[in-house]
Design a protein around this ligand. Structure first.
Ligand code: PHB
Length: 398
């Protein structure tokens, strides 16, 4: 299914979901300004929905967001803003077909006060109207869809992660400077892939870069990248810029090496390409890959070192950008709940406007006027240190 049809299906699903919400509203109010909304809940409890992929190609990303969110909760005695938190986890699956009804259930049946999570841009776009019209808070902990904090921004939708154009655009000038000749662009065929390549292309071409070709691979279905790698070779490109994440990132980078392109045609991408479990599975195939991202385990700050140690203790593996986004989402909710008069969507968004800068493992960041994260982006390069591949921080991007 193409990106356009996914989005229109998404709109339909969101419309249906909202219809259900209005009907449900006839018999039982969704106003939970007093607390958990749960019959048996105490007035000072709060119910939060965590919507992340627990299945599909992005399941590893969902696990990391959940682990980061839970680490913050554990470090704060299970409380946010002084309220005991009841987390209801739901599976976003691979996109809006599963993610939209799961969010609808969290709000209408589980009666959560806010939903956090959402990995896939198409899911986030599909949920926008539902949250905007129901007046509930959606805290996006990953999905980078540009419009969510741009043309279609909502009072009730805030993002603790990044926008697609921002993270990919950060790398354009560097690649234009480093590569003589053409760069081939390739990405997963859905909303985020399109925006990642458009964002990169814009700043890359503005800096004088030349595009040698552009290709999209079926999202969630492509296991054999050989035909696409052949096209890259035939194009005569001097470098490649790619957006893949989760399981697709592992296959792409491994096959890039097996096909003989690694070491000859430099590979660039957004940092999701070589993040966490993906990098561990790629091993030496990822050596030298350069990426842009707002986090690396290698960031040399006391706040990050402390976070990495706590996360490794809890999870027995290093954290990822997704874990940091989950952790920061809980931190933002903590501050918002502490400053809000009650747990209604209106009180929470009012409090969110005043949370100020966050001292995060990624560095200090704050919400901009469009509810998106204003933060630094780093240039990272995969290097092997003591037998383990890591994303060394080699610079800061504008
Ligand atoms: C997205 O769909 O917005 C998305 C998914 C996974 C990533 C980054 C962006 O790693």
């Amino acid at each position: 299914m193409g990106a356009v049809s996914v989005i229109s299906l998404t709109r339909t699903l969101a419309g249906l979901a909202l219809g259900g919400l209005v009907l449900a509203g006839c018999g039982s109010s969704l106003d939970d300004s007093g607390g958990s909304g749960d019959e048996g809940g105490r007035a000072d409890d709060v119910k939060v929905g965590l919507l992340v992929p627990l299945s599909g190609v992005y399941a590893p990303i969902g696990e990391d967001i959940k682990a980061g969110f839970e680490l913050y909760l554990d470090e704060h005695g299970g409380k946010l803003g002084g309220r005991q938190v009841d987390v209801v986890t739901a599976d976003e699956g691979e996109g809006p077909q599963t993610g939209v009804p799961a969010a609808q259930k969290l709000v209408t049946k589980d009666r959560v006060s806010a939903v956090a999570g959402v990995v896939n841009s198409a899911t986030a776009l599909g949920l926008r109207d539902f949250f905007d019209e129901s007046g509930k808070l959606l805290l996006v902990a990953n999905a980078g869809a540009d419009d969510i904090t741009g043309a279609r921004k909502s009072e009730y939708v805030w993002r603790t992660s990044f926008s697609n154009g921002q993270v990919s655009g950060a790398l354009g000038p560097t690649v234009a400077e480093e590569v003589e000749g053409g760069v081939y662009l390739i990405a997963a065929d859905y909303a985020a892939g399109k925006e990642m390549l458009a964002g990169f292309r814009k700043t890359f071409e503005e800096a004088g870069g030349k595009v040698a070709g552009e290709e999209y691979t079926p999202f969630g279905k492509t296991q054999d990248f050989q035909p696409y790698l052949s096209a890259i070779r035939e194009s005569g490109a001097d470098a490649v810029f790619a957006f893949y994440a989760g399981a697709e990132a592992v296959s792409f980078v491994k096959q890039y090496k097996q096909f003989g392109l690694a070491g000859k045609t430099p590979l660039y991408g957004t940092g999701f390409l070589t993040e966490g479990g993906a990098l561990a599975a790629q091993g030496s195939a990822a050596d030298g890959v350069k990426t842009s991202l707002h986090y690396s385990t290698e960031l040399d700050s006391p706040r990050n070192k402390e976070f990495v140690a706590a996360y490794e203790k809890a999870e027995k593996k290093p954290p990822t950008v997704y874990a940091v986004q989950g952790y920061d989402t809980a931190a933002v909710l903590d501050k918002a709940l502490a400053g809000a008069d009650d747990v209604s969507g209106d009180a929470l968004v009012k409090a969110l406007a005043g949370v100020g800068a966050l001292d995060s493992p990624r560095g200090r960041w704050k919400f901009d006027a469009d509810h998106n994260a204003e933060q630094s982006y780093y240039l990272r390069e995969v290097r092997t240190s003591g037998g383990t591949a890591v994303n060394a921080v080699v610079g800061e991007l504008d």
